[in-house]
Design a protein around this ligand. Structure first.
Ligand code: NAP
Length: 297
């Protein structure tokens, strides 16, 4: 397959189709999945501090023997490290766990905590050559605007949930107008609402001799979106990776827009309870520990 590349706002090129390793925590399974994904032809690998599998990803990269420059490796800073000092250490910790000299892309995983301080640490690492491009994930337009107005380097990417149930048309348009590349996570909504047997998607696929997963990935590629999907099965990796050799016509692109339900299949990042769940579990523990430390003995 000829690899499709997109150019980010700092001139760095990245593959438009990638492989993600969320929820492959077992070290051997993760190493095996990444090894197979690289054999199949994936060059963009997406991991995160929070996925607890950077070591396994790094091992698979090293064993693959593939030229480092041919790979595009992404990781992310977790909210527990969302401050200037902690982010500096967090970036180095990701590099150490992955066994890499540099990352191609590093993201603020969530729009919580001291994101301005954390972003400054990412900017410094970028300027020092430790990261080729820096970006964010799960940021809404207003949060992005605030970041842009208070820091020097504009994010290259915003990685957000996009799938046929939650198409995020306005967000994609806003990012495009800001010169920020959209990257889609959970393109299959992790299979929710029987996505792989949805009648409309199956019917579209039949017209091209393609699977539902290929139709979804192709729909995202045609919207100029970078997309990362996950599977633990090699045959599905091959199917998913092979989504570039056909083109959905306007009518089918339009048909897919009718599936939009306009809400997230996973999180409302504005819901205080969700924020407590994402942020609280790691930060509140630290805070509680610090509070105890500050008590007079
Ligand atoms: P996803 O890619 O939408 O869906 C993964 C699910 O689809 C798995 O259950 C997989 O099953 C199944 N699947 C994949 N290809 C298939 C095929 N061809 N036929 C049938 N089933 C198939 O979900 P995701 O893993 O949540 O999202 C992808 C990546 O995005 C993640 O791995 C991660 O890197 C990133 N992500 C980022 C964030 C963020 O906050 N930034 C959040 C979530 C995810 P099997 O494994 O059993 O094949």
């Amino acid at each position: 397959m000829v690899e499709q590349l997109v150019e980010l706002n700092n001139g760095v090129e990245m593959p438009q189709i990638g492989f993600g390793v969320f929820q492959i925590i077992d070290e051997q399974k993760c190493e095996s999945a990444v090894t197979q994904a690289l054999q199949v032809g994936y060059r963009l690998i997406d991991t995160a501090t929070a996925y607890q599998n950077e070591v396994a990803v790094g091992r698979a990269i090293k064993k693959s023997g593939i030229d480092r420059q041919a790979l595009f490796i992404t990781s992310k800073l977790w909210v527990a490290d969302a401050s200037y000092e902690r982010a500096k250490a967090g970036i180095d910790a990701s590099l150490n766990r992955l066994g890499l000299d540099y990352l191609d892309l590093y993201l603020l995983h969530q729009p919580y905590g001291d994101v301005i301080g954390a972003w400054r640490a990412l900017e410094e690492a970028y300027q020092a050559g430790k990261i080729r491009a820096i970006g964010v994930s799960n940021f809404y337009a207003d949060q992005l605007k605030n970041l842009e107005l208070t820091t020097a380097i504009r994010p290259a990417i915003n990685q957000i949930e996009i799938n046929p149930w939650y198409q995020q048309t306005d967000a994609v348009q806003f990012l495009h107008s800001e010169g920020i590349q959209t990257e889609a996570w959970a393109p299959f909504a992790e299979g929710k609402q029987d996505i792989f047997t949805n009648q409309k998607l199956v019917a579209i696929g039949e017209r091209y001799g393609k699977s539902v997963s290929q139709v979804i990935l192709r729909w995202l590629l045609q919207r100029q979106i970078v997309v990362i999907s996950k599977t633990s099965h090699r045959d599905r990796m091959e199917t998913n990776h092979n989504s570039c050799d056909f083109e959905l016509d306007d009518q089918d692109m339009q048909q897919i827009t009718t599936l939009d339900q306009h809400y997230s299949q996973f999180f409302n990042h504005r819901d205080p309870v969700t924020i407590d769940q994402i942020f609280g579990t790691s930060i509140q523990k630290n805070r509680a520990a610090n509070w105890k430390d500050s008590l007079p003995s």
